[in-house]
Design a protein around this ligand. Structure first.
Ligand code: KG4
Ligand code: ZN
Length: 340
């Protein structure tokens, strides 16, 4: 029998609601918050308030778009972490009350696992799904991980950043260059018109499968500071080449460790997930590996890369199959704990 799930995502600055029927998406709506643009990053207090304002309209619209009556919902799945506590609490409280009112089970979903499980959404355009075990490069604004995915339920982080996340590196460098938040998509856009070999930034050296991005950010900061001393218009003049060179080095760093992880594990099925997997440089680097016959690659559709509730609902579906439900005393968590 089919099951209809309402998924709710509110871990950072996007309020999203999705309705799924088994692995099919009936609706996936996102209310973006624009209040953070002028602050150069997400302001937690403002994010929770905006979630509070957005959550009911977003859910109402998702129900209408899916053409579903709320009585047809069989379970409510929501992100319980990692993320900003105030933001998570809005989704958590709403999900609990809604599940209680409907008399249906409540399902907690780990945001990082959900980014990966987005690959299992049944999609009329993309039929290819990764076979277990596979490796997933999960790159977002808060995390950068290489995950060994053994099943829908078993995931092991085998490499991760020891400081900034890749998305954070994009956003912080963009901020240094005077671009608004989030700068990642803008760097991507400008990079398309630039020469990636125009400027040479050093590759961070970190042991094993781990990453580090804070040194790269500092070296870009010092480089720009020196250039601006001689030419105050330097950034504006070279914006495209700077963006292309910065994106090139970040993608090179990301790919180097995925190659190492693939060699180490012998796994050649490689997926990507998280907001930074929307980056065209990273997507092209994956496609090159596919075209040269090295890897089988799994690249999510754009709408499932950045934060969305479809990935929460689909993850909820897999937990539903195992009757893995949460008690109403459950509370959100802010940091990533593997295995949670
Ligand atoms: O997964 P996500 O939507 O939210 C978190 O869970 O963090 O990821 C957001 C991050 C931001 O840092 C944003 O700048 C980055 O993903 N991002 C990109 C691109 N699109 C989103 N970074 C580089 N190029 C893009 N096209
Ligand atoms: Zn995310």
């Amino acid at each position: 029998m089919s099951i209809i799930i309402l998924g709710i995502e509110s871990s950072c600055d996007d309020t999203s609601a999705a309705i799924t029927k088994d692995r099919k998406i009936l609706a996936n709506l996102i209310a973006n918050q624009h209040v953070h643009k002028n602050f150069g990053g997400v302001v937690p207090e403002l994010a929770s308030r905006a979630h509070q304002q957005n959550i009911i309209p977003v859910i109402d619209n998702a129900l209408s778009k899916a053409n579903i009556d709320k009585k047809q919902i069989g379970a409510v799945a929501f992100t319980n972490g990692p993320g900003l506590l105030g933001s998570l609490l809005v989704g958590t409280s709403f999900a609990k009350s809604f599940a209680l009112a409907l008399g249906v089970p409540l399902i907690t979903v780990n945001h990082m696992h959900a980014h990966i499980l987005a690959h299992f959404i049944e999609d009329e355009f993309e039929k290819k799904i990764p076979p277990f075990p596979f490796l997933c490069l999960t790159v977002s604004g808060g995390h950068t991980q290489i995950v060994l995915v053994k099943s829908f339920y078993e995931m092991e982080v085998i490499g991760q950043t020891i400081d900034d996340a890749a998305g954070e590196a994009f956003d912080k460098v963009a901020k240094i260059m005077g671009l608004p938040y989030p700068g990642g998509p803008l760097i991507d856009q400008f990079a398309k018109q630039g020469n990636h070999l125009a400027f040479d930034f050093p590759m961070p050296q970190v042991e094993g499968l781990n990453y580090s991005f804070s040194g790269l950010k500092t070296s870009i900061l010092y480089f720009l500071r020196d250039q601006l001393k001689h030419d105050p218009g330097f950034i504006k003049k070279h914006m495209h080449d700077l963006c292309a060179s910065i994106q090139y080095v970040i993608v090179k760093v990301l790919m180097k460790k995925v190659h190492a992880a693939s060699r180490q594990t012998g796994i050649r099925h490689i997926a990507m997930a998280g907001g930074v997997s929307a980056n065209s440089g990273l997507r092209n680097a994956f496609r090159e590996q596919r075209d040269s016959g090295n890897w089988e690659v799994y690249i999510p559709r754009f709408e499932y890369c950045t934060d969305n509730a479809a990935m929460i609902a689909i993850s909820g579906y897999f937990k539903y199959l195992k009757n893995d439900f949460a008690p109403h005393s459950t509370t959100p968590f802010t940091r990533y704990h593997p295995g949670e």
